[in-house]
Design a protein around this ligand. Structure first.
Ligand code: AHR
Length: 325
């Protein structure tokens, strides 16, 4: 399943560099013509996504690129429509953050036939033919899941009793939900004391995170030792549910989440969230650079990985002033 999605042979940026210009017209774009970039965003489901949108809009303005921005409101059909509209408008480059991994082959073939290069940002697609996109820039979600798992292993070192975990998954079928689950499981499976007793999607939103956590608490109550949330927004929603149930977040239930948005830092500083694994949404400048490189006929690496860290609550107050999203 994962084979073509990332095509692991290409994971390191230095490897498998794709020749962009293969049959594509960008090299021929007149130097004085404003580059037109069509960008299809997933929606506004999280603090992360809002920061990502701002980064893309600001970077396009700074680079003098004409941005045609479309918000898909979390629906793949809307993204496909947006891509088709970009093709009809003959934009120079198409970029998009795919809401789910599968179902892109047809529209990507249409873009290829129209000789419009496609850049994937943030999330990957699962296609057999990886020449359907030029490059994929964004985080290593598998590694983020592993970081979350390693933090938990370290935190519970020496304890022998069961560690009962509930998991709030991201959007069903999305690359971060699939990989963050997989990476976390890969680490915790080494010790049978770790038990994932409930796992359900919260669709990356606060409201859904709260709702699903309420259901977890109703079903499992004080049995729950750990919450692993695939993003900060769901963790923040779940914190409310935990408090409303009369429990203390980050004390009665250890909470691990992903993104490192300001809201998570505030929760950590307030002592309500134990750790957030960083996932940077600030992809705008990199995307504009890539579009301009295409215009200049340059070759791009097939995979551009964002470098990221992990922030436990102990460092939150010190790190907070320098956070950009
Ligand atoms: O694809 C990145 C994920 O999408 C972020 O972790 C999440 O917050 C967002 O909605």
């Amino acid at each position: 399943m994962m084979n073509s999605r990332l095509n692991r042979r290409h994971v390191l940026s230095a490897l498998g560099a794709a020749t962009l210009s293969a049959g594509l017209p960008l090299g021929a774009l007149a130097a004085d013509k404003k580059l037109v970039l069509g960008f299809s965003q997933i929606g506004a489901e999280s603090e992360w996504r809002t920061a990502n949108t701002e980064s893309i809009k600001a970077a396009a303005a700074a680079a003098g690129i004409e941005l045609k921005f479309s918000d898909a409101q979390q629906k793949q059909e809307n993204q496909i429509k947006a891509l088709r509209s970009f093709i009809a408008q003959k934009v120079d480059v198409i970029a998009f953050s795919p809401v789910v991994e599968s179902g892109w082959e047809t529209v990507l073939r249409e873009a290829k036939a129209a000789k419009i290069p496609v850049i994937l940002t943030d999330r990957a697609v699962n296609v057999k033919d990886d020449s359907l996109y030029v490059t994929f820039m964004g985080s290593d979600f598998l590694e983020e899941g592993r970081k979350a798992g390693r933090w938990l292993v370290e935190k519970t070192k020496g304890s022998t009793g069961d560690v009962n975990i509930v998991e709030l998954q991201g959007t069903v079928g999305s690359a971060p939900a699939i990989d963050r689950k997989k990476g976390f499981e890969e680490i915790i499976k080494a010790d049978p004391k770790f038990k994932v007793i409930r796992s359900q999607t919260g669709d990356f939103t606060r409201a859904k995170g709260k709702e699903v956590m309420e259901a977890f608490l109703k079903a499992e109550g004080k049995k729950i030792n750990v919450l692993y949330a695939h993003n900060d927004d769901m963790a923040i929603g779940a914190i409310q549910a935990i408090e409303e149930a009369g429990l203390k977040p980050a004390k009665d239930i250890t909470i691990i989440s992903i993104d490192g948005v300001k809201g998570a830092f505030e929760a950590m500083i307030a002592g309500k969230l134990n750790v957030s694994v960083e996932c940077s949404p600030l992809l705008g400048p990199q995307l504009m650079q890539a579009a301009q490189d295409l215009k200049a006929g340059k070759t791009l690496p097939k995979r551009i990985v964002t470098q990221e860290s992990i922030f436990p609550m102990e460092v939150a107050a010190k790190e907070f002033p320098s956070r950009k999203y």
